[in-house]
Design a protein around this ligand. Sequence first.
Ligand SMILES: Cc1cc(C(=O)N2CCN(C)CC2)sc1-c1cc(O)c2nc[nH]c(=O)c2c1
Ligand SMILES: [Mg+2]
Length: 206
Amino acid sequence: MLKAVQKNATKGDPQSVISAIDHYCRNKEWAMNVGDDKGLILDSVLTEVNPSAALELGTYCGYSTVRIARLLSPGSKLITVEFNPAFAAVARQIIAYAGLQDKVTLVEGPSGDLIPKLRERFGVKSFDFVFLDHWKDRYLLDTKLLEDCGLLQKGTVLLADNVICPGTPEYLKYVRSSPRYESRYYKSNLEYTKLEDGLEKSVFLG
Ligand SMILES: Cc1cc(C(=O)N2CCN(C)CC2)sc1-c1cc(O)c2nc[nH]c(=O)c2c1
Ligand SMILES: [Mg+2]
């Protein structure tokens, strides 16, 4: 994937990086990027929220990191958390190739350990936007952790990938039944396939 970006994308042009990855994953080798279909929903929710402090759980190779960072207003920041060092190494290069390294802080390690440290380490008060795309069994745990750490504020938008495939039933049940969230499902398809998947947008009500 990184070679495809270096070969086919233009340095400093995030859209060309996104297109190069989508073309590669559609035609050469499937990979678990949010992809171009769900990516358009991510773009529209992001543009609507226009966050000054955004958090991504699950960087993988940086595709959605680039999608998010390219739409941030000047001065806004994205913190992205990745557990796997090999993924993080590729992501750093892809984010840099897109020219977005000044807007993005990539933190390596388990989300459960890092979330309680985000405030003291990066001076973040709370997040306006959180993209959950790491591991289905961590969505609910990490959402509750974000609540308990006071990192969500009234109006914070959580956007969760893969709520159908691979599926996050516990998380869905929680955000759809809790009085503290206003939740909505955006039907789409699993990246680069015809299988159903979708994004769940949940607004924290405080
Ligand atoms: C690894 C994987 C395999 C999937 C699948 O159903 N497949 C059938 C169809 N073929 C083509 C691909 C493979 S879906 C999926 C996946 C997709 C994401 O967006 C993920 N995002 C974050 N974290 C994940 O663990 C994550 C896993
Ligand atoms: Mg995903």
